[in-house]
Write a protein that binds this ligand. Structure first.
Ligand SMILES: Cc1cc2nc3c(=O)[nH]c(=O)nc-3n(C[C@H](O)[C@H](O)[C@H](O)COP(=O)(O)OP(=O)(O)OC[C@H]3O[C@@H](n4cnc5c(N)ncnc54)[C@H](O)[C@@H]3O)c2cc1C
Length: 368
């Protein structure tokens, strides 16, 4: 390690991005402190698919057993019509150098976060710390929290999500972009899906406007239900009647409608992402995860990109002579792939598409 172990590293945000960064940097031998605004890490979100490059990092960080315990392997996805006829079956694409690694490990977002948080000793995880200002003084920064605490850091990793304070202060004042959709997320018991969910396969029922995801969480005996419907209400957590969503399902298979009707509690969010950000880093502050490249869920890459950002950042810090050099390298390595997925994720799935994974073309071309 060329950089000093006593480098003061502050991570703002304890989501999947911030927690991954803490695990990756601790594994690389650095001391880190994580500052999260919430008073507790709570179970939020839905099912996600962790891809081989992300699982490789879990393995590197010594967390393979933990992540395998709360995931199961899926080798294919299916796109189905509104009436549940299979339109497309596709293997998950290989995103590593090994062409046999065509799979994803399905997991609930909360379990993904837990595996990371559990690997961070509690004395380095500071809950109830909402960052209110960051002032840069050359090669170090001063951070102030709403609870009055102030810290200095030689490296600030801003993993503070789509509405990142650090991005706004140092890199871009552009507002998040609303896409005219609402996402409804809930968990149901396997037995309550009328046989429409498949044990190992992510199934997406589509028409030209609506996507219904059934993602099996076999290890929980549950299924994650994620429904995206067009809606004009831009409120982040819109207070809309469930009928707004149910009306959009009118032409869908009756059992899919029943699944949605039977669910009492939905987590409903308006769908936002950000436009690509030109610069992510300065001498001592960098963005990571959604703060750098928040994307829509359509390619299932938000969490994966955050985990891989963390892995690459730690590698760059290990190799570099200075923090500034490491941050430049990190940004150069991560920006192209993250911005590719940001752009591709703006395409919603429909019943006419011939692949679920348009990124294959880019990865295959790069491998030639
Ligand atoms: C509530 C929620 C549910 C989600 N559900 C899904 C899902 O079902 N499927 C999916 O693919 N993706 C989902 N995502 C997105 C996915 O988790 C992210 O793309 C990915 O995990 C990247 O995480 P991140 O840590 O960069 O950002 P986030 O997950 O947004 O985490 C940012 C963290 O920073 C904290 N924070 C923000 N501002 C401050 C501040 N000023 N001071 C201190 N802390 C701050 C936040 O409280 C949060 O914990 C969800 C995100 C959220 C927030």
């Amino acid at each position: 390690m060329k950089l000093k172990q006593d480098l003061r590293i502050a991570i703002i945000g304890g989501g999947i991005g911030g927690a991954s960064a803490a695990v990756a940097l601790r594994h690389a031998g650095f001391n880190v402190n994580v500052y999260e605004q919430a008073a507790a890490i709570k179970e939020v979100g839905a099912g996600i698919g962790l891809r081989p490059p992300s699982i490789q990092y879990y393995k590197k960080w010594g967390l393979l057993e933990e992540i395998e315990r709360v995931t199961h392997k899926s080798v294919q996805i299916e796109i189905l019509s509104e009436q549940a006829e299979v339109l497309l079956k596709e293997q998950w694409p290989a995103l590593t150098e090994d062409p046999n690694e065509k799979w994803a490990r399905l997991i609930h977002r909360a379990d993904c976060l837990d595996t990371l948080i559990n690997a961070i000793p509690s004395e380095f995880l500071h809950l109830d710390h909402k960052c209110k200002s960051i002032v840069r003084h050359g090669d170090y920064a001063e951070i102030e929290f709403e609870n009055g605490v102030k810290v200095e850091a030689d490296l600030v990793v801003a993993a503070d999500g789509i509405r990142s304070l650090a991005r706004n202060l140092f890199f871009s004042q552009a507002e998040p972009v609303f896409h005219g959709y609402h996402a409804y997320r809930a968990l149901v018991e396997e037995a309550e899906t009328y046989g429409l969910a498949s044990e190992n396969t992510l199934r997406i029922f589509v028409n030209d406007k609506v996507n219904v995801y059934l993602l099996p969480l076999k290890y929980r005996k549950q299924v994650s239900v994620d429904i995206t419907v067009p809606h004009h209400d831009r409120t982040g957590r819109p207070n809309v009647p469930k009928e707004d969503m149910l009306n959009q399902l009118k032409n869908f298979h009756p059992d899919l409608q029943k699944i949605a009707e039977n669910i009492d509690y939905w987590d409903v969010r308006a769908l936002y992402d950000i436009d690509p950000v030109h610069q992510w880093s300065n001498e001592c502050i960098t963005l990571l995860g959604d703060a750098a490249h928040s994307m829509l869920h359509n390619q299932g890459q938000g969490a994966n990109m955050a985990i891989q950002d963390a892995g690459v950042l730690a590698e760059c810090l290990l190799e570099a002579e200075t923090v500034a050099e490491a941050l430049q390298k990190y940004e150069t390595l991560r920006k192209p792939v993250c911005q590719l997925f940001q752009n591709l994720s703006r395409q919603f799935h429909n019943d006419k598409e011939d692949t679920f994974f348009p990124e294959k073309e880019f990865f295959e071309n790069a491998a030639e």
